[in-house]
Design a protein around this ligand. Structure first.
Ligand code: HEC
Length: 195
C-alpha cells in the first residue's frame, strides 16, 4: 500500500513539473498556403541569446543606433547545449529596438523602446535547398517571404558566422558551449570587412 502511495506522489510531482514548463506556441516554423513564414507570435518567451547595440557591418558612419535582441526556441537551445549543433527547424529571431537616452531619472546610457523590425532565420533542409532561409518582417507584418539568396543575408551569414550560419562569436553563453563541442570556427573572430 505504501509503495502505491509513493508511486502516486511521484506521478503527481511529475505532472506538476510538466505543467510548470513554459510551453511555446510556435515551437516549429509555420508557413501559410503561399509558403510564407508566419511571424512567430511568442518569440519574446523563447530563450534569450544575447543583445547588440549599434552593431554595424560597414565602416561607413551608421544611421541611428539600435538595439538587437536575439531569441531561439527553447527546445533548439536545449539541443544545442547538448551537442553544439542546431537541430533542423531551429528558428532565430532578431528583434530590432529603437534606443533612447534621456527620460525619467536616466542621465546617461541607452535603453530600448519601440520595435523597428524583425528578422528571422530558419534551418530547414527539407524546405530550403540551401538549408538556411532568411525573412524580414515589417514592425507589424504577419507573414514574410523568404529572401532571395542573392540579397546578402545568406552569403554574409555563410561567410562570417562562427557556428553554422549563426553569429555565436557575439553570444557569450553559446560560445563556450560550441567551443566545448568543437563546432566553433575560431577564424570567424578575425576583424574583417563584411564583404
Ligand atoms: C553583412 C552581414 C550580414 C547580413 C547581410 C545579414 N546579417 Fe544577420 N546577422 C549578422 C550579424 C553580425 C549578426 C549578429 C548580430 C547581433 O549579435 O546582434 C546577425 C544576426 C542575425 C540573426 C540572429 C541569429 C544569428 O544568425 O546569429 C538573424 C535572425 C539574422 N541575422 C537575420 C538576417 C536576415 C533576415 C538578413 C537579411 C535580410 C540578415 N540577417 C543579413 C550579419 C549579417
Amino acid at each position: 500500500m505504501k509503495s502505491v502511495l509513493c508511486c502516486v506522489l511521484v506521478l503527481v510531482a511529475c505532472l506538476a513539473l510538466l505543467a510548470a514548463a513554459p510551453e511555446e506556441k510556435t515551437p516549429k516554423p509555420q508557413y501559410d498556403e503561399k509558403g510564407q513564414l508566419v511571424r512567430p507570435a511568442d518569440y519574446r518567451e523563447w530563450m534569450f541569446v544575447s543583445a547588440g547595440f549599434g552593431m554595424n557591418y560597414s565602416p561607413a558612419p551608421g544611421s541611428h543606433e539600435m538595439f538587437t535582441n536575439v531569441f531561439v526556441q527553447r527546445w533548439a537551445y536545449n539541443e544545442f547545449v547538448n551537442s553544439g549543433k542546431w537541430p533542423e527547424q531551429s528558428m532565430f529571431v532578431i528583434d530590432e529596438r529603437d534606443a533612447a537616452s534621456r527620460s525619467s531619472i536616466n542621465q546617461k546610457g541607452h535603453y530600448q523602446t519601440d520595435l523597428m523590425g524583425l528578422a528571422v532565420e530558419v534551418k530547414d533542409s527539407a524546405r530550403n535547398p540551401d538549408k538556411w532561409a532568411y525573412y524580414a518582417f515589417d514592425a507589424d507584418g504577419k507573414t514574410a517571404e523568404a529572401m532571395p539568396k542573392g540579397n546578402g543575408c545568406w552569403s554574409c551569414h555563410d561567410a562570417h558566422a562562427a557556428v553554422e550560419h549563426t553569429f555565436v562569436q557575439f553570444y557569450p553563453t553559446l560560445k563556450v558551449v560550441a567551443k566545448k563541442f568543437g563546432t566553433y570556427n575560431e577564424s570567424r573572430e578575425q576583424v574583417t570587412d563584411a564583404k
